[in-house]
Design a protein around this ligand. Structure first.
Ligand SMILES: [Zn+2]
Ligand SMILES: [Zn+2]
Length: 249
């Protein structure tokens, strides 16, 4: 139970009153030209007043429609499924589908307005990177904002439920697969034990297929992965040719 306040405490003379200024930093609103608010005018929240300068390839919006954005890139830089428990809880979903874009690829048509933030590391609602970004009204998750990139959630994109949409945003891998709520047996996507290119690759049963060695660079792990996948592909083709021969006999 909090200690009871004395009547005299109400008018105490703390430098900023009894409210910490940073407690309101997350609230969307007009800039007060403080350095702390500078990010509101940088990508991805820089408001583009003239859409003609922005080559729109896809459009997205939250459920209530207050948050709208445009994308200038045909395909994400990468598309992944994350099965980590943080993603599961924050999305109320078995896994997260994240499509990676540069911050300059997106244009929120109302800038930072109507957006809310959550920093899963410190469990607070300030705009502290990396953080989760959602609609402040309908609470639809919009993206994860990293220091350099954004991880956008494709189901908010218009046309995602089409062949073109599915192909453009097709996920190529699973991350944190051992924490999964649902199985993806035989789906042909690479299954990482933890983060992609920074952990072991697993088969559908959870056995290590490609081992990540401690201190290995992401590039080296990527090469090791490609080599293994090429070998598997060669084996598959050989087997296929073998069975074709048998079929002809
Ligand atoms: Zn909304
Ligand atoms: Zn995750």
């Amino acid at each position: 139970m909090p200690p009871k306040k004395k009547e005299s405490d109400k008018s105490d003379d703390k430098p900023n009153g009894s409210v910490h200024p940073e407690a309101h930093q997350y609230q969307a609103g007009d800039s007060t030209h403080r350095d702390i608010d500078a990010w509101k005018h940088r990508e991805p929240y820089r408001v583009h007043e003239n859409d003609e300068n922005f080559d729109v390839k896809w459009k997205g919006s939250c459920h209530c429609g207050k948050v709208k954005y445009q994308l200038s890139r045909e395909k994400p830089l990468a598309s992944k499924y994350c099965h980590c428990t943080t993603c599961q809880r924050l999305h109320g979903s078995p896994f997260q589908h994240a499509a990676i874009f540069h911050k300059s690829d997106i244009n929120f048509t109302h800038g930072h307005h109507d957006l809310g933030w959550y920093d899963p590391t410190n469990k607070d609602v300030s705009h502290h990177l990396p953080c989760k970004v959602s609609c402040a009204y309908c609470r639809a998750p919009i993206m994860d904002e990293g220091r350099n990139m954004i991880l956008l959630f494709p189901p908010l994109i218009e046309g995602i439920n089409s062949k073109k949409g599915r192909e453009a945003f097709r996920a190529t891998c699973h991350m944190f697969y051992p924490q999964r709520v649902v199985d993806f047996e035989g789906d042909g996507r690479v299954k990482w034990e933890k983060l992609d290119n920074q952990s072991n690759i697993l088969d559908d049963e959870g056995n290590v297929l490609v081992k990540y060695e401690e201190g290995m660079s992401a590039d080296d792990m990527d090469k090791k992965k490609r080599k293994k996948l090429e070998m598997d592909e060669d084996d598959r083709v050989k087997k296929l040719k073998g069975s074709n021969k048998e079929a002809k006999v």
